[in-house]
Design a protein around this ligand. Structure first.
Ligand code: EPS
Length: 383
């Protein structure tokens, strides 16, 4: 089974990912992989940390001559900011935390409070370093490899930002071409395919930053050319919508996931929601046809041959210039939450991370259905 692990802290020396169960024989385009990491770092609303970092993957296993071997793929991403945190983040030496870097208060909405109590930490920093969304760089490295496997079989993924705070752009679920969508979205500093709304999103982020506050939003992930039958209806943990939701919900700050018109569908009647089925027309790739795709490409926990449409809803970032009411640590007395450098809105990074988490789940489901220890043994025409 395709699986991965990640390790590393936000201000530690580096991040590591191990992707295991990946077939041999795929030529990895390292520039493309690093471009994906760069895309995660970009986007309006990020803080100065991204000017320090220049995320690139170094491999230490699982590829040879640029081609996957079938062994675990081990990747590292350096944290250049470690230079500024050596004394605080020393792995085996003495820890020396200057006063301004001592974390003495829990941020509401972050992992700080529950994480400190759960692990019995003496220092909240143990939590904030590993809970940091910096870890998503490794998810993107893993997902970027999975995307290359999916692309090899002509499966294409796209993502874009649909909403920032109250500013909404329309869904691109019915757009003609995902490459065109991605190219329009990447022209925008906030990864929004609608030029006017993109400007409005940037304005609202600027305004919110001025107010010492933060923003979340909504991202949409679209996938074309998935074969029918990834996932399964036969058992709860094989349902693909559940697996995708788990992958996306595991991304920092995601609080809800929608498949197709899932949210609106709950308030409509069945005849308004379900996608009628018709005989195939000449030239159709599938043996049946649809005129609508309200299900978002999944029925009964399986891909149904239509475009996959999923949306992830991100809450506003919990680190705020205007600190919320909280309590101090270790004495649990009233105190305003402390501010340390943070993003105002990381929605475009979130879109890239969610697309790559979806790529991982889809590659896993594809390998389950079609097997193959090497890429040459995988034949989608068996579907
Ligand atoms: C994050 C806090 C900030 C973000 C970080 C996620 O880190 P720092 O404290 O170094 O400014 O910049 O995101 C990244 C570093 C990244 O690469 O995405 C948090 O608390 O989750």
């Amino acid at each position: 089974m395709l699986r991965f692990l990640t390790a590393g802290e936000s201000h530690g020396p580096s991040l590591t990912a191990i992707l295991e169960g990946f077939p041999s024989g795929l030529k990895i385009d390292i520039n493309k992989l690093n471009a994906e990491l760069k895309a995660r770092q970009s986007g309006y609303g990020r803080n100065s940390r991204q000017k320090i970092e220049d995320d690139k993957v170094t491999f230490s296993g699982g590829i040879r001559g640029g081609i996957t071997t079938g062994g675990p793929i081990c990747m590292h991403i350096e944290n250049k900011d470690f230079e500024n945190w050596r004394e605080v983040m020393s792995l085996d030496g003495e820890i020396n935390t200057p006063k301004e870097k001592i974390v003495d208060c829990f941020r509401p909405g972050h992992a700080d409070l529950a994480g400190t109590i759960k692990y019995g930490h003496k220092d909240i920093r143990e939590v904030i370093e590993r809970a940091s969304a910096r870890e998503t760089a490794t998810r993107v490295a893993v997902g970027a490899i999975c995307q290359q496997l999916l692309n090899h079989f002509d499966i294409k993924l796209a993502c874009h930002v649909m909403q920032v705070g109250q500013v909404k752009a329309k869904s691109q679920a019915e757009c003609e071409d995902l490459n065109m969508l991605m190219s329009n979205a990447t022209k925008s500093e906030i990864l929004c395919a609608d030029k006017n709304q993109s400007e409005a999103m940037i304005e609202i982020i600027k305004k919110t930053w001025g107010e010492g506050d933060s923003l979340g939003g909504v991202v949409e992930i679209l996938v074309d050319n998935l074969p029918v039958g990834l996932g399964s209806y036969v058992h709860w943990d094989r349902r693909l919508d559940g697996r995708l939701a788990q992958g996306l919900m595991s991304v920092h700050a995601i609080k809800a996931v929608e498949v197709g018109d899932g949210i609106e569908a709950s308030s409509l009647t069945g005849s308004m929601v379900h996608d009628a089925i018709y005989p195939a027309q000449a030239g159709d790739k599938l043996s049946f046809a649809r005129k609508t795709n309200k299900a978002g490409g999944i029925e009964g926990g399986m891909t149904n041959g239509s475009r996959l449409v999923i949306r992830a809803y991100m809450k506003p970032i919990p680190t705020l210039v205007k600190g919320l009411d909280s309590i101090s640590f270790p004495d649990f007395k009233s105190k305003k939450a402390r501010y340390e450098r943070s993003d105002v809105c990381a929605i475009s990074a979130c879109a890239i991370v969610c697309k790559n988490m979806a790529a991982f789940v889809l590659a896993q489901a594809l390998l389950e259905k079609f097997g193959g220890d090497s890429v040459d043994q995988i034949n989608l025409s068996d579907a």
